[in-house]
Design a protein around this ligand. Sequence first.
Ligand code: HEM
Length: 514
Amino acid sequence: MALLSLSPHIVLELVSLGFFIALYLIHRSHRLLPPGPNPIPVIGRVHFPVTRLDLFKKWGESYEDVMTLRIWGRSVIVLNSQRAAFELLEKRAAITSIRPKLIMAHELVGYKDSTSQTNDLALHKMYRRLFATALSARTSQRYWPMEERELRKATLYMLAVPGCSTAALKRAMSAISFFVAYGYNIESDGDAFIDKIVAYMRVYQRILRPGEFLVDIIPILRHLPTWFPGAGFKHQAVHWKQNKEDIHDVPFQRVKRDMATGKALPSFTSTLLEELAIDPMAASKYSEEHVKRAAGSIYTGGNDNNTSSIQSLLVAMLLFPAVQEKAQTELDRVIGRERPPSVADRDILPYCAAIVQEILRWQPATPFALPHALDQDEEFRGYVLPKGTTIMANVWAMTRDESVYPRPEEFIPERHLIVDEKGLRLRETARHLVTFGFGRRVCPGSALAESVVFAGVVSILWACTISRPSGTENFEIEYETFGVRWPKEFPIKFEPRFPGAMDILRSAVYDAEQ
Ligand code: HEM
């Protein structure tokens, strides 16, 4: 009321003063942060330029280890080198393992307590234990035969139907994720359910993108009543939340039914539910609800990353045909043409194993990993990084660091190989790729991902000759980023590499399905 009695002139002066104080405070809070490319004063930029990887590579060189991007005035620390990422995200993981707050994803759609988003560190530790039990490198071996079967089916599909490689790979990856999580084929849930999941993946990737929703920038908007103009995002959130619950619940309940009738096949869910039933100690550590959420993250975490990586294999084979020839020479020499290769052959197929590592380096599916955040103020390289600040890893620039990967834009599997008294084999360091992220949040599905991509490499290259269809030799393949980075549709031709290749694959698939 007192304000209303002031003259308009004084009110204007007070508002201006408030504005300049706010500017000063924002400016002061930015002073102690590392510099960065922020062209608009105070605001910095209006979005995080996820598609401009060329800029991130350039900035990685000019700002060296660490820089600050400001998005609508909010600071995002970007770590440009492996050295900085290890120092902050690995060595100081105790304070850099939380995720930035996203009102839309966490509060409105309900991801607050999910595996990849929870900031409850005890809960997070428990989820990681579930993954260590039911999806360790050793337990994931039980899924190898099913990975081989699905990728052989996808290979046959690509050979039989021109222009279907993306659809074939997406179908195979859905089948694998579902089988690993629940032990049955997703197709038996019907097309409507599959469509629902595919549509939901887009939503999932959208809600996790920092700055995608105004409510993430202005959190107070979450209190808007649903009838208020512009509050449409709240309706969307209710709908998405319900979809999320259904997608997690339908397959989970089916595993429980199958377990009750003795029909359930071994899976992430059945392994943990069995342990819960027989081990009285297990119930004090986790509940069915936790298993349900962790199983849901296998699909959301793994599906698109795996698909994108195998699509990048196809791109690499078109751009670097000599690599295809070398891999096929290795396959002919070691495996021959009487049987298709399997994941268990990985140690005797080092060149093909190195192709997997090179795909993950050359086209990381998530070029910025997932965002971390600081749990307290922290001094780093002479700067003071405030509590709550988002930290992104510039994985793109790290995988293009010429001191580690000479000629980084070229696809060179040899860079991951070593020859010594034991013969040709993968370097010890090859598996420590930054593509799977950092510290306590490092991808818990990396062993599964590597075997799936290997199954794709050997199945496709053993059976097919991949080339550009005539007339498309100069077609420029482009990538797009939607959560995960994908190649846009591109022309590609698959031909059987030798007579009988398709028959051998078909009978291997048939045997596996019996
Ligand atoms: C090529 C395939 C894959 C790539 C490139 C990839 C990459 C990543 C990255 C970069 C992160 C974030 C790490 C960080 O925050 O520092 C992550 C987290 C995660 N990934 Fe993967 N991933 C792949 C496959 C998979 C698979 C197959 C699964 C299934 C089990 C999976 C499940 C998850 C989960 C649950 C998280 C969250 C971990 C947490 O917050 O503690 N990912 N992944």
